[in-house]
Design a protein around this ligand. Structure first.
Ligand code: FES
Length: 121
């Protein structure tokens, strides 16, 4: 096993990938929202996921900051798998409800959704 293989394996373990049940991608702009709003939403998402105990354990929620989800308006844009739920306007103020309702309770927030597309392979 190479040094890189060991480091990758350690990273996979650290993020509790085998326990993940959901993955949230959040665009932090600059076209769908300002970088300031996008970054503030990202910081809120990280904090609330961590505070909800979802950074590790049986319902781990992976989260990834991305530079563009190809919508480029009405952001911050968010994409959630496995459901394939696309949300618009995900400002920091919306993040607490998103985590509680969608991530914790598993109920999507209809009024913020602009597209749904589960990937079936
Ligand atoms: S810049 Fe956010 S979707 Fe393109």
């Amino acid at each position: 096993m190479s040094d890189d293989d060991e480091k990758i394996g350690a990273a996979v373990t650290k993020i509790a990938l085998h326990l993940a049940t959901r993955h949230v991608f959040l665009c932090t702009g600059p076209n769908c929202c300002t970088p300031e709003v996008g970054q503030a939403a990202w910081e809120a998402l990280k904090e609330i996921i961590r505070d909800a105990g979802l950074s590790a354990g049986p319902n781990t929620c992976q989260r990834t900051k991305v530079g563009c989800l190809r919508i480029c308006t009405g952001g911050p844009t968010m994409l959630v798998y496995p459901e394939g739920t696309w949300y618009h306007g995900m400002t920091p103020e919306r993040i607490p409800r998103f985590v509680q309702q969608h991530v914790v309770a598993g109920k999507t927030i209809e009024e913020w959704i602009f597209a749904e597309h589960r990937l079936e392979g």
